[in-house]
Design a protein around this ligand. Structure first.
Ligand code: ATP
Ligand code: MG
Length: 464
């Protein structure tokens, strides 16, 4: 699969995809799109803007996905009208964003995003005040807030297949970058010089992987070539933006292929440095655990089931934990505090790269803590764990660890059986545990005081 992805299919000789000065125009008999397939609200916006004398098109992901018979996530409009001019045309329009303004037009729960044509900043910025420069020393674009013409708007887009403009009124497609040709050949190709385009915005490397996995496209060879060398540039990207991008990468329904590609293109390391190290030192276990977790995630998404980013991050980081726990234990720290300290350090380090919000870091810790508790089942502990709101995630995580080859002495099966058993069956299972303990093979039964629920939880936590 990977080989196929990186093959350059019928790749033209030219190194960079330059834009045409006039677009190739495909009329309705030359493409498969039909106006009626698009959101009627989006089509209506384009019509109204055109009637008011502006240029307006459907653009980006929705045109690309429709040509590939994929249902688009959303519908974006690009126009020559400024945000203020757009707002003046629509009652239900709101300007969003301060640095670069966009307009959101609301129709019930559907929101259509309308963006004014934008231009790239010139490569050699000649702005007088260097503090005002739109690029940093490595060429990264810091500001991207200049309005432009339609042609300039096409030029600043990332991939040729994302730079197609569809006019639902004339039912014509405008193609400045041979995007239709690349869609037919299932190839992802950056517009312009790939090295420069990645330097301008290193996140485009992640976008290349995301679209290749989502669309099952190959990455054209000149587009793929600079990635390994430039991958470390991702370290410069603000951690909040990377969090958003990583969620898109792993919650797209193609996380498992995405992971393989990230590793192959050396993009995984700058995103998850500790996990990449674990992948190097303990490749089979780490690879199996992460891919299993991602395969489950993909499956759940395909079945329309909810997925939680916390479980995903818990799995991505887990293989990096043991080395840290061992390090602390070697320095004399007891097992449980070592585990907690290691978890804390690992998560805070990771958050410097990818800003995982607190609402997810807390449950990651809880899923991991649960791994310490699940083996301790004697007395009333098993029932208390079943009542814990994090039980299900913790149990699923245990099964995941087992599927990656971790030896747990049948713990996952025990919990599966315990959940299925009735009251007397459960009592027997706990009794068997204490018998096993007397044989020296299980935990000892403990006398417990009767306590309130909350107190019970606290004392259970303190026990362990
Ligand atoms: P998706 O189906 O994931 O929404 P999309 O192509 O619509 O795919 P968006 O992130 O919504 O992706 O971006 C919309 C359009 O904006 C893209 O199709 C592309 O033309 C342009 N774009 C987005 N991000 C970048 C970027 N980093 N550099 C250049 N162009 C970009
Ligand atoms: Mg989109």
């Amino acid at each position: 699969m990977l080989k196929k992805l990186f093959q350059s299919l019928r790749s033209p000789k030219r190194r960079t995809q330059q834009l045409r000065s006039t677009p190739e125009v495909l009329n309705s008999s030359q493409h498969s799109l039909q106006r009626a397939q698009f959101s009627r609200y989006a089509v209506n916006i384009v019509e109204r803007l055109q009637n008011a004398g502006y240029q307006a098109y459907l653009v980006g992901g929705c045109v690309r996905d429709m040509l590939l018979n994929i249902t688009p996530k959303d519908f974006d409009v690009a126009t020559s009208a400024t945000p203020e001019q757009v707002r003046a045309e629509f009652r239900n329009a709101r300007i969003i964003g301060r640095r670069f303004k966009l307009v959101h037009i609301h129709f019930g729960r559907e929101i259509i995003e309308v963006a004014t044509f934008r231009a790239n900043h010139p490569q050699n910025d000649e702005e007088e005040d260097s503090n005002q420069s739109s690029r940093n020393e490595s060429g990264r674009i810091l500001r991207d807030n200049v309005y432009g013409t339609l042609e300039e708007d096409a030029q600043r887009r990332d991939f040729t297949i994302n730079a197609l403009y569809y006019d639902p009124v004339s039912e014509r497609i405008l193609d400045y970058a041979n995007g239709v040709h690349d869609i037919r050949n299932r190839l992802l190709r950056l517009i312009g010089d790939p090295q420069q385009r990645y330097q301008e915005d290193p996140v485009r490397m992640l976008r290349a992987v995301r679209f290749a996995a989502k669309l099952n496209f190959g990455i054209e060879k000149h587009t793929a070539a600079p990635i390994r060398e430039l991958a470390p540039m991702l370290r410069e990207i603000p951690s909040a933006r990377l969090f958003e991008e990583v969620l898109k990468l792993f919650l797209s329904g193609n996380a498992s292929d995405t992971f393989e590609m990230l590793v192959d293109l050396e993009l995984f390391d700058p995103l998850f440095p500790a996990s990449a190290e674990a992948l190097e030192h303990n490749p089979t276990y780490t690879h199996t655990l992460i891919s299993e977790a991602l395969r489950n995630t993909d499956l759940r998404i395909k079945q329309g089931k909810p997925v939680t980013p916390a479980f995903l991050f818990a799995a991505l980081l887990w293989p990096a934990l043991p080395a840290r726990v061992m390090y602390l234990q070697d320095r004399g720290m007891p097992a449980i505090p070592a585990m907690q300290e290691a978890a804390h350090e690992l998560i805070s380090e990771q958050c410097q790269r990818i800003a995982i919000p607190k609402r997810f870091t807390m449950p990651i810790r809880e899923i991991w803590d649960m791994q310490e508790r699940l083996p301790r089942r004697s007395g009333k502990r098993a029932d208390m764990l079943l009542d814990n709101p994090r039980f299900r995630a913790g149990y699923d995580f245990l099964l995941l660890r087992e599927s990656a080859g971790e030896e747990t002495n049948g713990l996952g099966q025990w919990w599966t059986d315990y959940q299925d058993a009735n009251d007397s069956g459960r009592r027997d299972m706990i009794r068997d545990l204490s018998n096993a303990k007397e044989d020296g093979t299980g935990p000892a039964p403990r006398k417990r005081r009767r306590t309130s629920g909350a107190k019970r939880k606290r004392s259970a936590a303190a026990d362990e």
